[in-house]
Design a protein around this ligand. Structure first.
Ligand code: LLP
Length: 404
């Protein structure tokens, strides 16, 4: 993805032409970026030879899941819907892990009948529910138990999951109790200790701390876990110059644990695989001038991309076509929705924009479309995958009749 001359291209395709053909707003993904991300993820962790389960919540587009499957990735799912999609994409049951604090008995039944790799449980009650179903089905169910390591991931508080005040996982003491309990269960086999401390993590130190707790807890259980599932969370740069996660240090810390407790590592990356593959293309509807700033009213809104409204997340915005005329006004990029949080970015540095211009919101491949909604009865955008010069419509824009 880059400018060629004045215009922005995804691989061999001019974004302007996509907007003409499919209207706006549209999500566009680069296949090449996806391939590169998967390659570099595999390379970073090569020495561990891990099972890599793509976190479907980051992007659940079926066509993208099919592409991801071709690289032999498994899936991390959190609902019967995600599980069904992962299976439909052709991902083998043996490569699917099921996470989440509130799996219904319908979901557990379905997961058990599909013989997935692991159900990562998050409470004693969930274990009892699984035991009941397994007994009835006379099946042995493989589970992991998610530990809450009480580690601060040093990321946005809204996407932190590994501190004791968070609803995720169980405390060290409860973990030890549950291991004892499951050891004596006839229909449940404990295979895994799992953790996931949060998302958009750019510092290896929280991971090191988390691993120290994992190490200590495994030792205390005196149990031989077949798998250690370390979740996802690896951060990306979002257009700003930030220090990337130090994968070498992370791997070194993992190896330390593996020396004492041999096991197969599982990762559940979402953002690091798909985040920077996608852009959201939007059109300037109106420019509304006010004393201090100009509101750039886009045809994309918080229902299309929720991250700024939900977390104050900043996604770089760039023009589709460069004119090199800088404005002195502050621009505030907003959507048409009747909420003051329907705003994407405020910036002082931007080229002069005119109504009908196209802009590009960057790095929206993860938790972009998957968090979109029909708020204000707005239609969900189309999704397009670019492979070289090839344009694939991988999801049609919703039609009003779909919502009636
Ligand atoms: N595994 C578990 C158990 C998770 O809860 C998550 C994300 C992942 C893996 C994948 O994490 P990743 O590698 O993508 O960081 N909507 C938020 C992010 C929420 C993440 C929820 N869990 C956002 O837009 O930033």
């Amino acid at each position: 993805m880059k400018y060629i001359g004045k215009n922005f291209f995804i691989e061999g395709v001019k974004v302007k032409n996509l907007a003409k053909k499919f209207q706006t707003p549209i999500y566009c993904y680069s296949y090449r970026r996806l391939k590169e991300n998967i390659r570099s993820f595999k390379k970073n962790f090569k020495s561990l030879n891990p099972i890599i389960c793509f976190a479907v919540k980051a992007n659940a587009n079926l066509k993208l899941l099919k592409e991801i499957k071709k690289f032999n990735l498994g899936a991390d799912v959190v609902s019967i819907g995600e599980l069904t999609k992962a299976l439909k994409a052709g991902i083998q049951s043996k490569k699917i892990v099921f996470s989440g604090v509130g799996k219904t008995s319908e979901e557990l039944n379905f997961a058990i009948s599909k013989k997935i790799l692991l159900i990562n449980v998050e409470s004693k009650s969930e274990i009892l529910e699984i035991e009941k179903i397994a007994k009835r089905k006379k099946k042995t169910v493989n589970i992991g138990i998610r530990l809450n390591p009480n580690t601060d991931p040093k990321t946005l508080s809204q996407i932190s999951t590994g501190k004791k005040q968070d609803k995720f996982g169980v405390t060290e003491n409860i973990f030890l109790e549950l291991v004892k309990y499951v050891k004596n269960c006839k229909f449940i086999k404990l295979k895994c200790i799992s953790v996931h401390i949060g998302s958009q993590i750019l510092n290896h130190q929280p991971y090191e701390k988390m691993l120290k707790v994992v190490d200590r807890v495994i030792k205390k259980t005196n149990y031989k876990f077949e798998f250690i599932d370390l979740g996802g969370g690896m951060g990306i740069s979002y257009g700003k110059k930030v220090k990337n996660l130090n994968y070498k240090r992370y791997v070194a810390a993992i190896k330390k644990v593996l020396k004492r407790h041999k096991a197969k590592i599982i990762f559940e990356p979402g953002r690091s695989i798909i985040g920077n593959t996608g852009i959201l293309v939007s059109k300037v509807l109106y420019i509304k001038e006010s004393a201090k700033k100009n509101f750039i009213i886009l045809d994309a809104a918080m229902n299309d991309l929720m991250r700024p409204a939900l977390y104050g997340a900043e996604h770089l915005i760039i023009p589709e076509s460069k004119n090199n005329i800088l404005t002195k006004k502050t621009y505030e990029f907003v959507g048409p929705i009747c909420e003051s949080t329907d705003r994407f970015l405020t910036t002082k540095k931007f080229q002069k924009l005119n109504e009908k211009d196209l802009i590009i919101i960057s790095d929206v491949g993860a938790y972009g479309m998957s968090l979109s909604s029909n708020y204000n009865v707005r239609l969900k955008p189309a999704e397009i995958l670019i492979k070289g010069f090839k344009i694939n419509l991988i999801k049609k824009r919703q039609k009003l009749k779909d919502l009636m």
